[in-house]
Design a protein around this ligand. Sequence first.
Ligand SMILES: [Zn+2]
Length: 323
Amino acid sequence: MTLSRRHFLTAGASLPLAGLLGASTARAKAPLAGVQTAGIHRTLVGQAEVTALLDGYVDVATQLLSRFDSDEVDAAFSSNGYKTLDKGLRIPVNGYLINTGDRLVLLDTGAASLFGPTLGSLAANLKAAGVAPADIDLVVLTHLHVDHVGGLLDGSGQAMFPNAELVVAQTEWDFWHDDAMMAAAGEGAAAFFQAARNTTAPYANRLKLFDGEVDLGAGLSTMPLPGHTPGHTGYLLSSGDDALLFWGDVIHLTGLQFTHPEITIAFDTDPAMVKQTRARMLDMAAADGLSVTGAHLDFPGFGQVMRAGDAYRFQQAPWRFTL
Ligand SMILES: [Zn+2]
């Protein structure tokens, strides 16, 4: 028999631990919690506090990727420490609360009940972060896919954020409100168009549409990152010497697309443009040492892009102990 390091450690530890953990020293039998703790984590960008809010997760079927079943891609995914589940590849959905000191900004809102039971926790996590929906001054959206806009509505279909202005790229707004585009996209896509329209409708009288690169105030500026959707937009938060880019859906699979940036997903409106935008973004983030976060980067999402051979890897930011 060959003893592995693991056997060795287990065997070595078993004698004293058996005594320590024996029934005679047990004080209580606590039931297992069986659920994860609140999905919130806070960091600081200059003077601004940024709180990551987890909405939940989605299992992306591998058939939705432009390629996965080659040995090379499969191996890359597992060598990065990820597992393929029966239902596909599990990714988070994140939203972000930004407190600039003057204003409370919510960046993307999660899916609420519109995209299955594994999502919809953002509202509870916002509450756990100590913020009421009525306190939000501004909701900014990276794009109008349902996992980003669903949380705009409360359970009765009213505006979840009664005092917030809604910020969306004009191109994005126009695309989802174009009847000809909706008809051309086919029946399968109609629900996406309908969700984009329904969820934003209660905000029609407090809508701020913008074009291209603009300064929104409060240290936020827009960065067009088209491809995933026509008006898909990143938001750069700058404060003092510090900056953080919220890049939305530039990457869907942390375990795969830094290693294989050429892989696209069925939800990408224009896969060729996605590849161009992603290549430009990854190159810039790596070259500039830019801090980034995203809606589907492993929660809480804060980190940096590093070059790795011909491609990249994601360096998750260390746990933030203090603010
Ligand atoms: Zn998304």
